[in-house]
Design a protein. Structure first.
Lengths: 65, 453
């Protein structure tokens, strides 16, 4: 069985989340390995969020903004 | 415009420019630069004597370079207010310190060479931006010879020519004054073209049809060609108009011209402009001998769109037009609360669509005014004054200047009207005193747990 990482994507509402949304409305596909959490700005991200993701079994955390 | 000016509730500021905007919805402070027109608007009767007596001439921008105007001029016949303005770049008095002919002949004593630029400070609740568009300059498309051949003109120039108060008194004529025997109207110049603008300018098909109609009416013996990529006649009564023009005997050729040249390959081509086009419906290259070519140029964002966007904190789309809040659900509002857009500054559109959007923008502002209060986003940050230590870290971090420090209580305070809810302060607060509504730490933590189940 190949390795399927679990990645938590913490995305800014205005750019990267809007981009992910656009991918959806344009019917484009992206890997289901990224699970998205929306924030109003990447500035909202606290170190605790990232640690929490790793603690709960994430293989990677993607902060976009 | 005249009724706008006479309405007592509207203050019309012409020859003015917004230089600075601060504040927020319901309480904007706007600085307006009022340029000197060197004519006292309260004394001028609009008699026009000054324009007759002025000795200096220059190209008339309103006539797209076809006609001339004086150094003191009214931009166009129906201009509001009907008061001329002196162009200091052309006026002899400003250039050489002599002349003052307009002043001598003005019976109303309205000429005032001492006028200075003024800055007006306004307090407004809402702003509607309707700065319009620029017309694409086709001289960059050298294959069409605009600027090289006298009788290759733009749609705006044709429009001025066909106007009864225009530079030719409404006569369609070649540079030598004779009527054209054949005219080609070329669609999509600069639009639907990946080298220039990818978008469709929406209005060109219809105005090109109008030009064909005017030509059939004013120069009935002339042959008229329409060279189109696709005819886009969507709108009330538009398709019917298209059919009517087809019945009027206009030749429609599906294909975009590749080149316009005056190089004759046969005796009958002598002295003509040759339009070289692939007629894609019959799959044949054609050479059309014509006397006049009208280029239906694209609508593009105004040259100063970038600085206007900066002044009003607007975003722009990839094509350069102002970005609306939502393309389908909120095409009138912008990402700045209290700032609305209407017309071609948002994207190319025809007059009915512009009127609809402008009415919508006016209605949105009216509903805000009649309510007397504004609804703001609920996702803002709030400071728990009990927990705030007064360290002021958040004060400088806020990109929207929404956080002030209460010197008396020694705590920070967030102005909810300015807060965009980004949460930067929430993450930065060492005491955990700031809560980001709808994006609390507990909520985000639970979400992270949720996505990893």
């Amino acid at each position: 069985m190949s390795f399927e990482p679990k990645i938590v994507g913490i995305l800014c509402n205005w750019c990267s989340y809007a981009g992910a949304d656009l991918a959806g409305t344009s019917r484009k596909k992206y890997a289901p390995n990224v699970r998205i959490v929306r924030v109003m700005c990447s500035g909202r991200v606290e170190p605790g969020f990232i640690l929490k993701a790793f603690q709960k079994g994430a293989d990677g955390v993607l902060v976009c903004g | 415009m005249a009724s706008v000016r006479s309405n007592k509730n509207i203050e019309l500021m012409t020859y003015s420019e917004v230089t600075d905007v601060s504040g927020y919805v319901g309480s904007f402070k706007v600085s307006v630069k009022q340029k000197p027109r060197y004519v006292d608007i309260t004394k001028c009767t609009g008699c026009g004597t000054c324009q007759e007596k002025c000795p200096m001439k220059t190209d008339n921008a309103f006539d797209a370079g076809l006609g001339k105007r004086k150094a003191i001029y009214t931009p166009f016949p129906q201009a509001v207010p009907n008061v001329p303005v002196i162009d200091p770049a052309v006026c002899t008095f400003f250039l050489k310190g002599k002349c003052r002919a307009c002043e001598k002949f003005c019976e109303a004593k309205a000429i005032d060479f001492n006028q200075k630029e003024k800055i007006a400070e306004l307090e407004v609740g809402n702003i509607i931006i309707t700065t319009g568009f620029d017309s694409f300059d086709p001289s960059v498309m050298v294959q069409f010879g605009y600027g090289q051949y006298d009788n290759v003109i733009t749609g705006v120039q044709f429009e001025r020519m066909s106007n009864a108060s225009g530079p030719t008194d409404g006569k369609i004529m070649l540079k030598d004054g004779s009527p054209p025997q054949s005219v080609a109207i070329l669609h999509c110049i600069g639009s639907r073209d990946k080298n220039y603008h990818q978008y469709c300018s929406r209005v060109c098909c219809m105005y090109s049809l109008k030009f064909a109609h005017l030509l059939r009416e004013k120069v009935p013996e002339a042959t008229v060609y329409q060279l189109y990529i696709d005819m886009r006649c969507a709108g009330s009564g538009y398709e019917e108009f298209y059919e009517r023009i087809q019945e009027e005997g206009v030749n429609f050729i599906r294909g975009k011209a590749g080149e316009i040249t005056d190089m004759a390959e046969a005796p009958e081509e002598q002295g003509k402009l040759m339009v070289i086009v692939e007629d894609t419906l019959v799959r044949r290259k054609r050479r059309l001998p014509v006397d006049m070519v009208v280029l239906s140029t694209a609508l593009e964002p105004r040259a100063d769109a970038e600085s206007v966007a900066k002044t009003f904190s607007l975003s722009r789309k990839a094509d350069g037009f102002f970005l609306e809040k939502h393309p389908k659900l909120d095409p009138v509002a912008t990402t700045t609360d209290g700032v609305f857009i209407a017309g071609c500054c948002q994207g190319p559109k025809d007059i009915p669509d512009t009127v609809a959007q402008a009415s919508a923008a006016a209605a949105r502002v009216l509903s805000m005014i009649s309510k007397g209060s504004v609804q703001i986003e609920s996702a803002t940050a709030v400071v728990d004054e009990e927990l705030c230590s007064g360290c002021r870290i958040c004060n400088d971090l806020c990109s929207y200047n929404a956080i002030t420090f209460d010197e008396e209580k020694k705590v920070s305070h967030i102005n909810e009207a300015l807060c965009k809810g980004c949460g930067t302060c929430v993450a930065a607060c060492p005491s955990g005193a700031i809560t980001g509504r709808h994006f609390t730490t507990e909520q985000i933590m639970s979400e992270i747990e949720g996505v990893l189940v």
